[in-house]
Ligand binder design. Structure first.
Ligand code: ATP
Ligand code: MG
Length: 250
């Protein structure tokens, strides 16, 4: 069976900074995959590389067996890959509904404005934003802007959804709500990559965890194996986390 997404030796630099270095990674359909690593490890860059925002300078990216490296962001979206942004920037003067419609139209699978509106309304219902549909996006709190970002990406009807720190800045009740939403999305058969610093979220939600450090993939395994990986512990998780989880290293 063809993998949903396959990265082969993908690299991306900015000047002298090797943000993503020779990353090879395979994602299977129907999984929730965590992408973790320290600040500046290259997580957001990897999402930008996949989605055509910062195309790779080297390597190949195959989505459902088709090459997508070099495609423009709207073309990647129309293939079925949607993403949220780490820094959420809705169009502030547009309504919440219009923002989500923009998402639907960006992926360009909708034939008409009417269809885009129906799809957008369905996602506003799903994310709990329906009552804000006609309010300007600028009025939303951070937690609601994050939901808007989710609704917008879901309106693209993705097969693969890349979530860049959707929980950052949320309180624990809001995080729990977001987790329920993410589980609901996964249940619909959408494969999810979640970039997340909240380890509790990553370790409860994910089937697979990929770890980036200084642009390189240093581990890619089940959560159970990841907490025992000495390289991951030293690069990111730290001794205290390992101790708490019963991992002992020399
Ligand atoms: N557009 C850009 N121009 C120049 N340098 C960039 C650009 N985007 C990312 N970088 C650099 O690439 C490296 C990786 O950044 P990236 O944002 O991918 O890290 P990250 O793992 O998402 O970090 P964080 O957890 O802080 O969000 C950093 O050194 C960053 O400064
Ligand atoms: Mg980032």
């Amino acid at each position: 069976m063809t993998s949903l997404l396959e990265l082969k030796n993908v690299s991306r630099s900015f000047g002298g900074i090797h943000a993503v270095r020779d990353v090879s990674l395979t994602l299977e359909q129907g999984k929730i995959i965590g992408l973790i690593g320290p600040n500046g490890a290259g997580k957001s860059t990897l999402v930008n590389v996949i989605t055509g925002v910062h195309p790779p300078q080297q390597g190949e990216i195959l989505f459902r067996g088709q090459h997508i490296e070099g495609l423009k962001p709207y073309q990647v979206a129309s293939k079925g890959i949607a993403r949220t942004f780490q820094v959420v920037q809705p169009f502030p003067e547009m309504t919440v509904l219009e923002n989500v419609m923009a998402g639907a139209l960006f992926a360009a699978r909708k034939q008409s404005l009417h269809q885009a509106k129906d799809s957008a309304m369905a996602q506003l219902e799903f994310t709990g934003l329906a009552s804000y549909a006609n309010r300007p996006a600028s009025e939303l709190t951070l937690a609601f802007r994050k939901k808007l970002e989710l609704a917008k990406s879901l309106a693209m009807e993705p097969k693969l959804l890349l979530l860049d720190e959707v929980n950052a800045g949320l309180n624990s009740a809001e995080v729990n709500q977001a987790l329920e939403l993410i589980r609901g999305i996964a249940k619909q058969g959408v494969t999810i990559v979640i970039i997340e610093h909240l380890l509790k979220v990553v370790f409860t939600l994910c089937d697979q965890i990929a770890v980036l450090h200084q642009g390189q993939l240093i581990a890619n395994d089940t959560p159970k194996k990841i907490v025992e990986d000495p390289q991951v512990v030293s690069a990111y998780l730290g001794a205290r986390f390992a101790e708490k989880h019963g991992v002992v290293h020399e």
